[in-house]
Design a protein around this ligand. Sequence first.
Ligand SMILES: [Fe+2]
Ligand SMILES: [Fe+2]
Length: 500
Amino acid sequence: MADKVILVVDDEQVICNLLSVVLSEKGYKVVYTTSPVEGLKLAGARHPDIMVVDLKMPEMDGISLIRRVREFDSEMIIVVMTGYPSFDTVVESLRLGAYDYVTKPFDIGEISFVIEKAFDYRNLIIANKRLMKELEEKNAELEEKVEGRTKELSLLYNVSKDIVTSLQLDETLKVIVDRISAVLDLEICSILLFDKVSKELTIKAACGLPDDAVKVTQVKPGENISGWVLQNKEAVFVEDIETDGRFSRRNQEKYYTHSFISAPLIYKNEAIGVINVNNKRSKKSFTYDDFKLLKSIADQSVIAIENASLYTSLNEMYLCTVAALISALDAKDHYTKTHSDNVARYALAIALSMGLDEEALEDMRLACELHDLGKIGVHDYILTKPGKLNPEEWEEIKKHSSKSAEILKPLTFLGNIIKLIEQHHERYDGKGYPHGFKGEDIELGARIIAVADSYDAMTTQRPYKKVLSREEAMGELAKNSGTQFDPMIVDVFLKILESL
Ligand SMILES: [Fe+2]
Ligand SMILES: [Fe+2]
């Protein structure tokens, strides 16, 4: 145990000697001086646990000494002695933080008792301080934990809110990759899904990886790191692949570098894929919190991925049904399939020369393919009638664009495409059907299809009408430009046809 040091400052040498002897006997280390100036120096140099100080001294009185000591030491326990007990000086010394006082003449027992009590008090103060410090540290730790957990929960909430905004699998996976990359500040992130047919993991969404790595990566269960994670349904956290003996020999997947985390995507106890994250942009290693967060995001993502997969396969099934309907329509009226292909060819040529983007071109292609689908609901005898249609029959035919839209309505992912289909018989002058929309109120894609559709109808052999030559059909388009057709689109198409 460290020495318990007591400093005695009293101008009476006899008191100093007495206290030195008595307190040393009790095991304390006693330093004493008869000079308050010297006492002040000793207080600064030795930092005694307790200072016993006489209040009445020449040179400097006890109150002044206490005051000076308190300037540099607020913790020292001070006991005052006075031969002239005066209420004021005692109160003043207590106010300055003196712990207790004894009056002269004192007996040895009294001073020993006060000193012992003072040490107990000091120990209490020290223990109290230590406890306060521990409490503060615990509080800070707890606050940090709560803050971390709140941050994690709010991140998770935001990520899960974002990833359920789309029902398309591709989009969902892309959103998951983007969100994880942003949250964890990643260089590389990829999602691999397990294909039950090929029995391989392939990359379905990624950022920070070269395209060729995305395309060619195929991993079997148990193979490399992703395969291990899939097979064992266990997340892996590696701070440095080079020094981690568990996985360094598995490190054949190009995209595993330095520090990474791999988490399995588990749905109903079955691993359906793996999320891999590599390297922070900050060049720091991943932390255990990152590991926990990624695992939570993986758990959240699984539901969104499964939903989107179900929805996508439902859409695919529906599209298969639509394809079957188109085949049925083709069997009913052979003309429709060829017609749809021709319309798509013309419409795409127009859209391309108008500079429409790739997405618009893809929408256009699908719209052309499906535009006359509603004819499946029109009687065969009307569709294949050799002669002219009577007004009722004509009304029946006119319903096909609305019927097409109605059949396709459940396919919400078709979005705007359904509008293009529904409006493909609207006229620029507002005299078309089904709504009588006018000018630019008609979707641009629908205005393009209208021109392509009419041109193909005019130039194809049908039982009920004579076929027009290319020049004649071009003449018809020019004649109806600005009334039936959008003049700008007719101009574009005529230029294309001229250049053929
Ligand atoms: Fe049509
Ligand atoms: Fe058509």
